[in-house]
Design a protein around this ligand. Sequence first.
Ligand SMILES: [Zn+2]
Ligand SMILES: [Zn+2]
Length: 189
Amino acid sequence: MEIGTGLIGRRFRQKRRELGITQNIAAQRVRTSQSQVSAFENGNDKALSRTKVEALAKLLGVDLEELLSRQIQDRPALKCCTNPECPGNMPFARASVIVFQPRFVKTNESHCRLCGEPLVAECANCHAAIQPGLHCGLCGAEFVEPKTDFTGESSEAWAARVRSANQAAASFPQPAVLLRSDTGGGSPD
Ligand SMILES: [Zn+2]
Ligand SMILES: [Zn+2]
């Protein structure tokens, strides 16, 4: 049974422990070996056949269908962090508004490594899969909410200051391709 990220094995182990069932007992009940149950729980999804996984799920009261559907969501996808404070998201001044160039990563992780906020794989507005850029290609919504409230300095100064702080914080190289002129704006620099 091929699954992928080890999520299912972890859930089985957790349920088994909650029920106070040893790997040995679980293995006996589904007619396999303790070492195979152990391998499965450790993320080797091929250690058990689908039939045995289903039997084990029944024994432990694990909702296999729900796990499998979550598994699909956990597959690697292009994601970005939508937190304007995230050091991965680079601000650029466009007139009096700050727009953010998000950092895109292909990952099955659910949270940003830089700031800990959830990563998104789709546009919050129209649910299209995200593509690198400032905006959703389908509906035009920004991936990171533009910032309009800053005081005491110009938008250019704010953006430049935060960019250099972010670059230091995230060791994040300056993106080579920025601000493809999607709303008629010019170069960010
Ligand atoms: Zn982040
Ligand atoms: Zn959209």
